[in-house]
Design a protein around this ligand. Structure first.
Ligand SMILES: Nc1ncnc2c1ncn2[C@@H]1O[C@H](COP(=O)(O)OP(=O)(O)OP(=O)(O)O)[C@@H](O)[C@H]1O
Length: 627
């Protein structure tokens, strides 16, 4: 046996032992009733909770969080150390004279004028970002068409919730961590039954062990069913797909029942997503519920997948046969619309999943083109786990009386993921990767920025006898599909992928996400690690960093780890003090342009990128026009 294999065996034994101890600890806690099996379930109907009960719940949550973070001896030790430092600081403070305290206060106080100047500069910067106009229909803009009223639907919340006072509804939201912005928002609903879904949906949910709605579903589904435009923000793996898919199917069923769709008609609902794999996954969810409805005697809901890499002819025929729901990626959808194979004349519901990512990934022009095909008002639902302030502002201006539903901070990492960060030199990455694979049982997802790195890692792991599949944009559709499927089925233990697999994909039982390198922006990091720790389960993420990582993204990562109460490695700890970066705009945390917590808008690398690009474009067009 080589020394490396020897080392790997030892590491594996170490982790096996650790895992066994963690499992034993979990079992013990469960027995003690610290981990309740209905976490995420609803108890929304009992509006009033006693103070004692609330205290008990708070303690339970704290214990849950502690176990979610998988606190080991080291962490506990560090927490004690932090506490000791805080006590020491407080003692020093107490010994200071009043004069000393005053002098310190004056020193710490920001100069009012400086602060004012900074606020003005930040505002100026925020408004100086060009808004490309995606989400607006050009024809409507040109004709000055604006919609003032939301859609009216026949759906109503159950009577006992309609009768609640607004402070009682606010209390329900508060208990579930739901924050809303927008007028006349329907109340959150704590059960699928009370959302008035047909029995076949309830049965289908039940057979997938989906009993109670998650927080985003409690509020997002009533908003969608009452016809309102919305922006839904909730952490990765929190069930956003059903929050938009169920209303889409329900409305389509209602339409088909009232007046069956003929050849050439439809789609009635359109869902646009950034990757082919995500589109396929959403189509499968929709088909599952549609089929369950058919079994109970409801009409068939036809869903067509319109994605690149597949023959256009087949998709065109399916669309032309009459379609209720289309799930698409922007490129192929634009193609079908431009060639007049599809139209959006009847389309009334528009969903953009991972909306901010699509704009960030440069799909803006495609989206602008697609929006120009809308002939009438539509209900727009935007969803993501990350939604930078600027995109929210812009989206709000394009939607009709939108309601923003927030569960947790936009851009926060899932608290179900234990995040570890390691300093690994470039030349040591592969061997360390092999060791890291032993940290958890399969399945493991490895992310790398470059396609060439994905291929290189895959080859290395194959040589080492690991059952591995890979996925990136350079592969043909058949290879992409086969790799994904093998991993989904569990035939492969490891999937190595670029960011094409980082958004929205829901693989069962991913225990570990390894970032072979740090992505360029913090939002991608949040989406990547969010492939584990889904649906209330726990997972682990390991990120390799070295000198090549961008300082700004490291500062964002540092704050993100602190926010999730994760341990900082020494090299990240040394990068700054533990104070939060607070934007001057309304006390907002971090950058008011992107989701980064580690910098202000004045230091935002993304903004610099946009300004550089705009300046270059202007210079190019001036040159072309002979200036
Ligand atoms: N109410 C629920 N109870 C239990 N499990 C649920 C519930 N709703 C959805 N799930 C399951 O949770 C998993 C994650 O859901 P989903 O893919 O919709 O997350 P998401 O919020 O869209 O995540 P991402 O931000 O990564 O796209 C899925 O396997 C889904 O079946």
């Amino acid at each position: 046996m080589t020394s490396l294999e020897d080392e790997v065996m030892r590491t594996r034994a170490k982790y096996e032992d650790r895992r066994r101890r963690v499992e034993e600890e979990e079992r013990r806690k469960r027995l003690e009733g610290l981990i309740s099996s209905d976490d995420g379930g609803s108890d929304i109907d009992d509006a009033f909770i006693s103070a004692a009960q609330r205290k008990k719940e708070k303690t339970k949550r704290r214990m849950l969080l502690k176990s979610a973070l998988n606190m080991g001896d080291n962490e506990t030790e560090n927490a004690l150390k932090r506490k000791a430092i805080a006590v020491e600081k407080a003692q020093v403070e107490a010994k200071k004279t009043l004069l000393e305290k005053h002098a310190q206060l004056v020193q710490e106080q920001p100069d009012d004028h400086d602060e004012q100047d900074r606020r003005e500069e930040e505002q100026r910067l925020l408004h100086s970002v060009p808004q490309g106009g995606a989400l607006f229909a050009i024809a409507e803009l040109a004709q000055g068409v604006t919609y003032k009223e939301s859609f009216k639907t026949g759906w109503r919340p159950p009577g006992h919730l309609r009768g609640l006072a607004s402070y009682e509804i606010d209390a329900l939201r508060k208990r579930k961590g739901i924050v809303i912005d927008g007028c006349e928002c329907p109340p959150p609903i704590g059960s699928f039954l009370e959302m008035k879904f047909p029995g076949c949906f309830l049965k289908a949910l039940d057979s997938r062990s989906i009993i109670m709605p998650t927080a985003i579903q409690m509020q997002g589904i009533p908003v969608a069913l009452s016809g309102r435009d919305m922006i839904g923000i909730a952490s990765t793996g929190s069930g956003k797909t059903l929050a938009f898919a169920l209303p889409m199917i329900m409305f389509s069923l209602e339409q088909e029942t009232a007046l069956p769709f003929k050849r050439g008609e439809g789609p009635y609902a359109l869902c646009i997503v950034p990757s082919r794999e995500l589109a396929r996954q959403i189509e499968e969810v929709i088909n599952y519920f549609s089929e369950s409805a058919v079994k109970q005697g409801h009409p068939t809901i036809k869903t067509v997948l319109c994605i690149g890499g597949e023959p256009v002819g087949q998709q065109a025929r399916a669309v032309q046969n009459g379609v209720h729901i289309v799930v698409a990626t922007p490129g192929r959808l634009g193609d079908l619309l431009n060639k007049k194979i599809m139209n959006l004349e009847l389309c009334r519901i528009l969903v953009l999943d991972e909306a901010d990512r699509m704009l960030d990934m440069g799909f803006e022009e495609e989206l602008k083109n697609i929006f120009s095909f809308f002939k009438d008002q539509r209900q727009t639902l935007l969803y993501s786990a990350t939604m930078p302030t600027k995109i929210q502002q812009f989206a709000k201006s394009a939607l009709v009386r939108p309601i923003v539903v927030n569960v947790g901070r936009a851009g926060a990492a899932s608290l179900n993921v234990l995040q570890e960060v390691e300093y690994v030199r470039g030349e040591d990455k592969l061997t360390r990767l092999l060791e890291c694979l032993q940290k958890t049982p399969p399945r493991v997802l490895i992310f790398a920025e470059k396609k060439s790195d994905v291929d290189m890692i895959t080859e290395y792991l194959l040589l080492k006898g690991v059952e591995v599949a890979s996925l990136h944009g350079g592969k043909d559709q058949r290879e992409r599909h086969e790799g994904m499927d093998a991993f989904r089925r569990g035939d492969k233990d490891v999937l190595v992928a670029t960011d094409v697999a980082s958004k929205g994909l829901d693989f069962k039982e991913i225990h570990h996400v390894i970032n072979f390198d740090m992505p360029d922006d913090i939002e991608n990091y949040v989406h990547r690690i969010g492939r584990t720790g889904r649906s209330g389960k726990r997972g682990m993420a390991t990120t390799f960093l070295n000198k090549k990582a961008d300082v700004s993204v490291l500062m964002d990562l540092r704050q993100l780890l602190m926010e999730a109460e994760q341990e900082l490695p020494p090299f990240l700890r040394e990068m700054g003090d533990d104070t939060e970066v607070v934007s001057t705009e309304g006390g907002e945390r971090g950058c008011s342009f992107c989701s980064g917590l580690g910098h202000r808008i004045t230091d935002c690398p993304k903004l610099v990128g946009i300004h550089t690009k705009t300046t270059q474009n202007m210079a190019r067009s001036h040159a072309e026009e002979g200036f």
